[in-house]
Design a protein around this ligand. Sequence first.
Ligand code: ADP
Length: 476
Amino acid sequence: MSTSPLDQSISLTELLDVEGFREVCKSFSELYGIGIKVFDIEANKIADVRASTGDHCGYLFTVHPTQVACTNLVNKIRTIALTADSEPLAIDCFSGLRYKILPLVYEGSLLGRFIFGPYAPVELKAPPAQLEQYRPQLDLDTLAGYLKEIPRATEKTADKVIEHVTQILQVIIHGSYRIQMTSKVHIASIQGAFDELEVNSRKLKHANDKLQELDRLKSNFIATVSHELRTPLTSVIGYSEMLLEGMAGELTPEQQEYVTTILEKGENLLSLIGQVLDLSRIESGNVLIQKQDIDPRMVVNTALSDVLPQANKRRIEIVIEVDDAVTNIVVDADKLRRIISNLLANAVKFSSPNSQVKVCLDVDDVRPTDRARFDIFEPERNRNLRLRVIDQGVGIPEEKLERVFDAFYQVDNSSTREFGGTGLGLSIVRNFVQAHEGRVEVTSKANEGSTFTVYLPYDVRGSDNGTSAEVFSQQP
Ligand code: ADP
């Protein structure tokens, strides 16, 4: 976890506009004729404005023994221990000049130090006697000449000037500190929100990984269980058919009725298992689309044979209308059969006895004038095979239309519902249609009937010879 910006200490260089601060120091120095130096807490120089002491100090620095003494003094001034509440310290140079050192404090914290000087105390009229020891290298007369150029100040005046200057510099620091703190508070609040987001996003990712793993396990489980159920079920259906055909001897009418029920229920169960398997394949992205050039009329007829027994039983008439413009299309014939038989099975299931179900096949050519639908980038996509399955059944309430394509969704999901089913058929239809880059729509009126419309593009991309195979992954 990162530390809050509010907890991080701030240096003077970060705090101040250093150039501007130096300019202010310079104008004070020129005004009072006293040098000003400012160091931060780590003894880094922030400002260094020298006044008219240059010749005096420069001369002392050129003479070997005093040069050493100068260096020692400068180090002492820079590093002498200070606390936030230290009083101004007066440090006298061996040459008689004086420095004043003050702590630079903000809100009780020591940020650095101000150094004023050197200036000549009023009582210093000539170089002090102790400098005699540096003769003959040091010429005291020359030094006395330089000393005259140095501003002279009584302690009272020096203290007043220092107080004035420090007050102004403190005001500048205070202003900068406030700006800095405001932006720090701002950054801290953003960082707080960011840290929280990061934690939440990590938690979400973890949960998502777990869900994905569970989903994978679930799909594997469904695929294995469905597969294992199919084998014995095929035997149940096969033996029931053999019994009905009299291969094990003549059945009494009652036995025939029972075996027919076994066969019917077995077939229902087999189709249910088939749907579950389809969905688990779709979810795991293992749907293989094998396209071939086929006559859609043939596929409609095969699908019709899947639902005819149910339709006959309920005396529902199925009418097929095919427009002359319908030509061959390159699609996966098996998937198209399943699309049509799922829609037809629903139409039969949700229709009342003695009603009619219509299957219409025609070509939907989108005209360039239909701007909303016309695809100018892939014009070949404007020609679609349109398949409509129209029934006069119970219909679907308007507000439920959106959801009927969701897996496991059923308009009537009560335990006493009239119609059987899993809620998987339309989800599979939609996925197979999307695998052909087509779309499926529904319009319906409660108690009047529903129309399911599938559009499949007559687009043969990726198959020059009319056949191709590709794996379709489900869109999220
Ligand atoms: P199932 O038919 O197994 O319940 P589907 O996914 O095929 O599952 O359909 C989902 C739901 O959509 C159905 O339960 C039903 O409520 C509604 N539905 C589908 N087709 C029709 C239809 N032709 N008429 C009325 N309702 C329909």
